[in-house]
Each structure stands twice: as structure tokens, then as C-alpha cells.
Design a protein around this ligand. Structure first.
Ligand code: O7M
Length: 224
């Protein structure tokens, strides 16, 4: 089953929350940050800020230490020629990531020749104004399905796209909640499976209770 580890942690914690850790302070003491969101989040997303702050060695050891407790999603929105996509994805798997975001508009993902890659999540619609991606949404969705990708990123405010990706049976990850303006739980209500939340939790004075508040909102929305 796709995203088995994520669903298992999600069930155990009654949580549909993935916390994006991008802020310098939260990354400097990343173990403390992880311990504050441990009871509320099923996953953690690391992107370039985390890699450039922690470096690959520290990132690997952090994920090794916490791998039973979080699903780790690599967010590098990989979009290169198939060979380089494959090289990057193998390296991300080697660092300990469970899943990884990729773009699909460039095509070629179906031809990846990788020994071991993280589970792929296609960036189909972003949370900001991104007309070029939005215009290609249906074609990119059909392509992602044909390439056997099981997950999709769809911005929380793009309800029509969430509904469409949902009908295609993809597991949907929605960012854009909190700091970018969408309400907690609003994407879940439209059919998203997980909400990716960063600053409204990570920059809060009390990270632990902000994360718990988000998880509680999700539990109420979905009757978890
Ligand atoms: O809650 P925020 O706005 O502080 O953080 C949102 C996170 O989601 C941040 O890490 C972004 O890189 C990410 N994100 C978006 O905000 N919009 C998108 O369309 C896609 C992503 C993303 O996570 O892609 C996987």
C-alpha cells in the first residue's frame, strides 16, 4: 500500500498533520522541535532550508534517530532530466527520507531507472498563484497517474483541484494552511488527506500547543 508508514503513524496519532520545518531557529535545535510536534504530527517535511542549515550528515542522523516516530517527506520538487532525477531520489532515500516531491510538468518520471527511491508525491497545484501549473493540471494529473505516482501536492485553496485529484485516487498533501491564509481543516474537508503546516506552528510562541491545536482541528473536521 502506498504511504503505509504515513497512514500507520497517522492512525496511531489520530493526525493528518505534516509539519514543515523551514525556520532557522527551529532547525538549529531540530530535536527539540521534533519532540514538541511528536504527539500531534504524523510527518515532517524538510526542504532546502533544512538541508542548507543542517547539512546532509546531520539530516541523516536526525532522520535515523526519529524514523520510527515520523514520516519524513523530502521537499525538493525535483524536476530534472530522468537520469538526474533518479540520482537525486536515490540520494534522498539514502539520507532516510520516506517520500519526496517531484514536478511532473517536465515529464520523464515514468522512465526513472532507480534502485531505491522514496515514495513520490507530484506537485500538481501550488498554494500561491501559479497559472502555468494550474492550466496544465488535468494533463499533469493524468500523467502522474500513468507514471504510477501515488501522491499529489495540491494547494489548500484550490478546492476544484483537490476534488479532482481525490477522484483519481491520489493521496493528497495540501499546504497553504495558516500563514498563507487557508483555515485549518479546510483542505481536509474538500478531500485532502494531509495538511502541510509550517509557520503557524513553527513560529508560534508555544510550538507544542500550536501543533496540538492543528491536530485537534483535523480530528474535529474528520471525526478521527
Ligand atoms: O505553512 P507555511 O506557509 O509556513 O509553509 C508551507 C510549506 O509548504 C512550505 O514548506 C512550502 O515549501 C510548502 N509548500 C507550499 O507552501 N506551497 C506549495 O504549493 C507546495 C508546498 C510544498 O510543501 O510542496 C511539497
Amino acid at each position: 500500500m502506498a504511504f503505509e508508514k504515513l497512514w500507520s503513524l497517522s492512525g496511531r496519532r489520530r493526525s493528518r498533520l505534516i509539519v514543515a520545518i523551514d525556520e532557522a531557529n527551529a532547525l538549529e535545535d531540530v530535536s527539540s522541535t521534533l519532540s514538541k510536534v511528536e504527539e500531534s504530527a504524523a510527518g515532517v517535511k524538510f526542504g532546502f532550508p533544512a538541508l542548507l542549515t543542517l547539512g546532509p550528515d546531520r539530516m541523516r542522523s536526525v532522520m535515523q534517530e526519529w524514523k520510527e516516530r515520523f514520516y519524513f517527506l523530502a521537499d525538493y520538487k525535483v524536476a530534472d532530466i530522468p537520469h538526474i532525477c533518479g540520482v537525486i531520489l536515490e540520494q534522498l532515500k539514502g539520507l532516510g527520507f520516506d517520500g519526496a516531491t517531484v514536478h511532473v510538468f517536465q515529464r520523464g518520471i515514468e522512465g526513472l531507472d532507480v534502485f531505491e527511491a522514496p515514495e513520490l508525491v507530484a506537485v500538481l497545484a501550488m498554494s500561491h498563484r501559479s497559472p502555468a501549473l494550474d492550466e496544465g493540471f488535468e494533463a499533469n494529473l493524468a500523467y502522474a497517474k500513468a507514471a504510477r505516482i501515488s501522491g499529489a501536492v495540491v494547494g489548500a485553496s484550490k478546492w476544484r483541484f483537490i476534488e479532482s485529484a481525490k477522484r483519481s485516487g491520489l493521496v493528497i498533501f495540501s499546504p497553504g494552511v495558516g500563514a498563507q491564509g487557508s483555515e485549518l481543516g479546510s483542505a481536509l474537508q474538500k478531500g485532502a488527506d494531509f495538511e502541510i503546516v509550517g509557520r503557524s506552528i513553527i513560529l508560534s510562541q508555544d510550538v507544542r500547543s500550536a501543533a496540538e491545536k492543528a491536530a485537534e482541528a483535523h480530528r474535529r473536521t474528520l471525526n478521527l
